[in-house]
Design a protein around this ligand. Structure first.
Ligand SMILES: Cc1cc2nc3c(=O)[nH]c(=O)nc-3n(C[C@H](O)[C@H](O)[C@H](O)COP(=O)(O)OP(=O)(O)OC[C@H]3O[C@@H](n4cnc5c(N)ncnc54)[C@H](O)[C@@H]3O)c2cc1C
Length: 482
């Protein structure tokens, strides 16, 4: 098949999967008012690969490296900077074209690319074969994958084997000639209820006595014993909003419970090799933070645009302190863009596979997360209190009060009141809403907490070299001869 239509994708979700949301079991997620939005968001990715515009099609569809058959370009395992830069382009263009992120293959391939690297490092032919065959299955059937990494973790101060419940981290509870049985729960998994395949990767480094927790595999979403418990989302736009014509884009996260789930050996990428669990978690995190910084760029560009536009609607674009804040806003966005590009341009090679530069990818994610709330504060400051108290679309549409709004909520006379109201509401979405609070937390935690990024920055930075240079400068060590 190679490339599926959006209809084929949606039809594939009617496969008997067990999905719950707000206490209700959902028979057909494509028709559900919240989960249907997730299906549409993912579905937009299938519309892009079906595009009649050759520029769009050629970006999202690539020839299979061996057969030349058309496949989704995210299924190309990166071999160098160009392939990594293409991943960024795909992510950024899909947001621009569809208004959301059709996160249908990104996280899954972050997991699978990491599994390839680690299978190669382990020198285990069977895992390499399994990963390769699974990739071919994804390519041939154009499947949506989610990446299930975060375990529920229980008491964070305790390792997996010391927890009150041994399955607070997902683990192997039995194995036989045909495969393994796993038990546990993964949490916060983006777009999981609408995935065809779940790819599981360990959430952290495991120790010698934690071999059962060092497990990685892929299974179909309708596998017996798998249950999705989803976050209740916001649903469609209400008639209070000023942007009802654009589709809502949302990717519902879910907790995935694995209740004694059977995984055949041919779907296993790691089982017991605890010494390699760190490399798998670490390589996944690098790929995934690179994906993250790629999709964050267009999101913060739109937010920065709200600040620029609000400054103009308020007639303040030439005022000194506003320009100073706009400079900080632009520096935040452009530093992120520059770091994302640099991570692609300076990969670390594992055999033939190009992994985004881990130091730069982590610096970029830390820059994004560490300064995000400050960035939001600048936009809130420029926009004014109206983003907290604005009348809504229904007020605007009520003839009894419309003229008061039209008259009193105007700003700079260069622009209409309606335009200013539309921008106020767009800005509200990004910095003063239920949705923006969700994104503030997502920024801090999704793709790992800031402590996780600092840990990787410390591991990757040339600290010894800094120290030597300081000691040479202080006269403690002799200067290098030349
Ligand atoms: C919107 C969203 C989407 C997500 N999508 C996915 C996804 O698709 N797939 C996936 O696998 N995950 C996903 N995640 C999960 C994300 O990776 C985690 O939220 C993140 O790794 C933090 O883990 P946690 O939420 O369990 O927080 P916690 O681990 O509870 O962290 C809370 C704080 O405690 C600190 N901490 C935790 N443990 C320790 C320790 N042992 N020692 C010292 N400090 C510690 C952390 O650094 C942090 O500061 C998503 C998260 C969000 C919010």
């Amino acid at each position: 098949m190679g490339i599926r239509t959006v209809e084929q994708y949606k039809e594939s979700l009617k496969d008997g999967r067990r999905v719950y949301i707000s206490g209700e079991k959902v028979a057909d997620i494509t028709k559900h008012p919240i989960l249907g939005i997730t299906c549409d968001t993912i579905g937009a990715g299938y519309e892009l690969t079906a595009s009649k515009n050759p520029d769009v099609k050629n970006l999202f569809v690539a020839p299979h490296p061996e057969t030349g058959e058309p496949i989704n370009r995210l299924f190309i395992t990166p071999k160098g900077p160009e392939d990594l830069a293409n991943r960024t382009k795909i992510i950024q263009r899909s947001i621009q074209l569809t208004g959301g992120l059709p996160f249908g293959k990104d996280i899954g391939t972050d997991c699978l690319n990491a599994a390839f690297v680690v299978a190669g490092q382990m020198g285990k032919k069977e895992y390499q074969e399994n990963a390769k065959n699974f990739l071919e299955h994804l390519r041939a059937n154009d499947l949506h994958t989610c990446g299930a990494v975060s375990c529920v973790k229980g008491d964070r101060s305790k390792e997996p084997a010391r927890q009150k419940h041994p399955d607070y981290y997902l683990r192997v509870v039995d194995r036989n000639k045909e495969g393994i049985i796993v038990k546990g729960a993964k949490i916060h998994i983006t777009s999981a209820p609408a995935a065809n395949e779940i790819i599981v990767v360990p959430t952290r480094q495991m120790r010698e006595n934690e071999g059962d927790y060092a497990v990685s595999f892929a299974i179909p979403a309708n596998t017996e014993g798998v249950t999705f418990i989803c976050r209740g989302g916001r649903g469609p736009w209400s008639n209070r909003e000023f942007h009802p014509d654009r589709p809502v884009r949302e990717l519902t996260e879910a907790m995935i419970v694995f209740d004694n789930v059977f995984v055949p050996w041919e779907r296993v990428f790691m089982c017991g090799e605890w010494q390699f669990s760190m490399l798998l978690a670490y390589t996944f995190a690098t790929f995934h933070r690179f994906t993250a910084i790629s999709y964050k760029v267009p999101s913060v560009e739109v937010m920065a645009g709200c600040a620029v536009a609000m400054a103009k609607y308020n007639g303040l674009e030439k005022v000194g302190h506003i320009r100073d804040k706009l400079a900080d806003i632009a520096a935040y966005v452009e530093t992120l863009r520059a770091l994302a590009n640099a991570a692609a341009q300076n990969p670390v090679m594992y055999g033939e596979i190009a992994v985004p530069n881990p130091l730069i990818a982590n610096m970029a994610k830390l820059h994004f997360a560490g300064k995000y709330h400050e960035f939001i504060k600048l936009i809130q400051d420029i926009a004014g209190g109206i983003i907290a108290t604005s009348p809504d679309r229904r007020d605007w549409d009520n003839p009894d009060i419309h003229d008061y709004l039209e008259h009193y909520l105007g700003g700079s006379e260069k622009y209409s009141t309606l335009e200013r109201m539309q921008m106020i509401h767009e800005t509200m979405r990004h910095v003063c809403s239920h949705e923006s609070a969700f994104h503030e937390v997502t920024t801090v935690h999704a793709e790992g907490s800031m402590a996780a990024q600092k840990m990787m920055i410390l591991a990757e930075s040339p600290l010894a070299q800094y120290e030597t240079m300081a000691k040479v400068a202080a006269g403690i060590l002799p200067p290098a001869s030349f």
